[in-house]
Design a binder for this molecule. Structure first.
Ligand code: UN1
Length: 511
C-alpha cells in the first residue's frame, strides 16, 4: 500500500505544510508521535508529531486574534469562501476519497461518498449564509418591537472520529464558519493525514478568496489523542466543543466542558435498530439491512446493530440474510468489487470476539464473525447473532460488524425492544401498514433522533438535522436549523414610543 499512499500524498504535497511535523521516513514508535499505518495491510506510512501544549496555545491565540475580523464579514460573504471550498473539494474528490479509504479502510465508494457529503454540506452552508433568520414577534406594549438576532459564538473546537474522518468535521466546520466562528480541529489519531490534506484544500480556497486577509487564520488543526482533546475541553477560550466519538469519551470530556459552562454538541454511540413487520417488502428490507449492517465494516455510528423481526417472517428473513452475507466480497477496499474492507485494528477484533463468545454463552446462534487472513490487515466476516430475546450485551454498542436478530410477536413489543437501550441515534421500520408506520414515527414510537420508514438507519442526507437522544448525547449537526447551536441568540426589545410602559401591566411610577 506504500506506493498507493505515496502517489496520493504527492498530490497533496503535505511536506510543505507548516501546520504539522510529518516524517515519512522513520518508523519510530515514540510517545511524541502518532504512527500512521493503513488498516488495509498495516504498512507504516508516516509519523506525525503530536501537538505540545505550547503549539496548542499558539494556535488558539492566533484563532482568538482572528475572531473579531471574521465576525465582521457579512454572512453571505463568509458563504462565498465556503462556496470556493466546495469547488476545490469537487476537484479533489477522487484523491481525497482515496486517502479516506487508505487511512480508514472503508471501501472507495464510501470514501468518495464521504467527500460528496462534504460538497453537499458546502452547498447547503452557502445558501444558509443568506438565511440565518431571526424572528420578530409582536410586543404587548404599543410601539415596541421584539426581535431576535443571531451572533457568532467565537471559537469552536471540533473533535472527530476515524470512521467519518472528514464528512462529520465538514458538517461542523462549514456551518460554524458561515455563522462567523473560527475553528480548531483535532482529528482522530487514526486518520491525521486525511485532515492535513483537507487543510491543504482549504488553503487553496482561501488563496482564491477576495477577503483573504480576514480568512487567513480562522481554521487550525492540532494532532494528538486524549491529552489534546482534554486541553480543548478545559479551555475557556473555546465557546463550543463539538464531540464525535464513543459514549465513554463523551461522558469524560462532556463533564469537563459543562463544568466550565462551555457549550456542547455531542454525537456519541448508537444502537440502531430496524423493525421488520409482516407487511414489509422483504427484498427492500434485506438490501437495507446489508448496507447498514455491513457497510463501513459495521463502524458507522448509524450502523444497523439490531433487527427486530416479526416471528412470522423471522426464519425466512434470517435465511435470506445469510445467503447475502455469504456473497459479500471482502478484501482490499480500493478494489471495485469489494463491499467490506478491514476493521480499524486488532483491539476491535478482540472486542468483537469477546462479545460473540458472550452471545454464545447466552444461547445465541452465531453466523460469521471469522478472521480472514488477508494482506496483513484485520479482516473479519460480518456476524449475525440470533437471540430469542434481548440480553444485556444487545444494549451495548460494539463498534464492529455484529448484527443481532431478535423476534417479536406484537407491534408494541417491537417498539419496546427498539427503545429499551441506553442509546438513541437511529431507527427504522420496514412496513407497508400505515397505522404501524405512523405509530413508529409518533410520540410513543421510536425515541431516537433519526426515525426512518422503509429506509435503513444509516446513510442520512445532509439536509436534515443529524443526532440522537439519551446516551447519544442530544446534539444536532448538519442541516435543518442545527446552525443555531453555533450561534448565540440576542433577544431585543425596542421601544419607539414616547412612554415607558412595563410588561405584565406593572405600575411602577416614580413621578
Ligand atoms: C457517523 O458514523 O459518525 O448517516 C456519521 C450516515 C452518514 C454519517 C455517519 N451520513 O450514516
Amino acid at each position: 500500500m506504500k506506493q498507493e499512499y505515496e502517489d496520493i500524498l504527492k498530490k497533496f504535497n503535505l511536506e510543505e505544510l507548516n501546520i504539522a511535523t510529518i516524517n515519512f521516513l522513520d518508523d519510530k514508535s515514540n510517545d511524541e508521535y502518532i504512527r500512521v499505518t493503513t488498516p488495509i495491510d498495516q504498512t507504516f506510512i508516516a509519523n506525525i508529531k503530536k501537538s505540545d501544549f505550547h503549539e496548542y496555545e499558539r494556535k488558539i491565540n492566533d484563532l482568538k486574534q482572528s475572531e473579531y475580523k471574521w465576525k465582521k464579514i457579512p454572512a453571505p460573504q463568509r458563504g462565498e469562501l465556503i462556496r470556493l471550498f466546495g469547488e476545490e473539494l469537487r476537484k479533489s474528490k477522487q484523491d481525497l476519497g482515496t486517502l479516506v479509504t487508505l487511512e480508514s479502510g472503508k471501501i472507495l465508494q464510501e470514501g468518495l461518498g464521504e467527500v460528496q457529503e462534504m460538497i453537499d454540506i458546502c452547498d447547503f452552508a452557502v445558501g444558509l449564509s443568506r438565511q440565518l433568520y431571526g424572528l420578530t414577534m409582536p410586543s404587548e406594549r404599543p410601539d415596541h418591537r421584539i426581535q431576535e438576532i443571531w451572533h457568532p459564538l467565537g471559537t469552536i473546537g471540533i473533535i472527530t472520529s476515524f470512521n467519518f474522518p472528514v464528512a462529520v468535521w465538514s458538517w461542523n466546520f462549514t456551518i460554524a464558519t458561515i455563522c462567523g466562528n473560527v475553528t480548531l480541529w483535532k482529528p482522530s489519531p487514526k486518520t491525521p493525514l486525511t485532515s492535513l490534506a483537507v487543510y491543504k484544500i482549504w488553503k487553496r480556497s482561501v488563496e482564491l478568496y477576495e477577503n483573504r486577509d480576514s480568512a487567513e487564520n480562522i481554521f487550525s488543526i492540532i494532532n494528538g489523542d486524549k491529552e489534546q482533546a482534554e486541553w480543548i475541553a478545559k479551555d475557556k477560550k473555546i465557546n463550543l466543543v463539538s464531540l464525535t466519538g464513543s459514549t465513554e469519551m463523551g461522558k469524560n470530556l462532556g463533564k469537563i466542558v459543562t463544568e466550565r459552562f462551555g457549550k456542547l454538541i455531542m454525537e456519541l454511540g448508537g444502537n440502531n435498530a430496524m423493525i421488520v413487520a409482516p407487511s414489509a417488502n422483504i427484498k427492500l428490507a434485506l438490501r437495507a439491512i446489508v448496507f447498514s449492517a455491513v457497510g463501513t465494516s459495521g463502524q458507522r455510528c448509524t450502523t444497523l446493530r439490531r433487527v427486530i423481526a416479526h416471528d412470522s417472517i423471522y426464519p425466512e428473513l434470517v435465511k435470506q440474510l445469510k445467503t447475502h452475507y455469504n456473497n459479500i466480497r471482502l478484501g482490499n477496499p480500493l478494489k471495485n468489487d469489494v463491499l467490506i474492507g478491514p476493521i480499524i485494528n486488532e483491539d476491535i477484533f478482540k472486542k468483537m470476539q469477546n462479545v460473540l463468545d458472550e452471545c454464545k454463552n447466552k444461547g445465541g446462534r452465531i453466523f460469521g464473525g471469522e478472521r480472514i487472513e488477508l494482506n496483513g490487515g484485520v479482516y473479519v466476516t460480518p456476524a449475525i447473532v440470533e437471540l430469542d430475546e434481548p440480553e444485556e450485551i444487545t444494549k451495548t454498542e460494539t463498534f464492529a460488524p455484529i448484527l443481532y436478530v431478535l423476534p417479536y410477536k406484537k407491534f408494541e413489543d417491537a417498539i419496546k425492544i427498539q427503545n429499551d437501550v441506553p442509546q438513541g441515534l437511529a431507527s427504522c421500520i420496514f412496513s407497508n401498514d400505515l397505522i404501524e408506520t405512523e405509530k413508529f414515527i409518533g410520540q410513543n414510537g421510536s425515541d431516537c433522533g433519526i426515525v426512518n420508514v422503509n429506509i435503513g438507519p444509516s446513510g442520512a442526507e445532509i439536509g436534515g438535522a443529524f443526532g440522537g437522544e439519551k446516551e447519544t448525547g442530544g446534539g444536532r449537526e448538519s442541516g435543518s436549523d442545527a446552525w443555531k447551536s453555533y450561534m448565540r441568540r440576542a433577544t431585543i426589545t425596542t421601544n419607539f414610543s414616547s412612554n415607558l410602559p412595563l410588561a405584565q401591566g406593572i405600575d411602577f411610577d416614580i413621578l
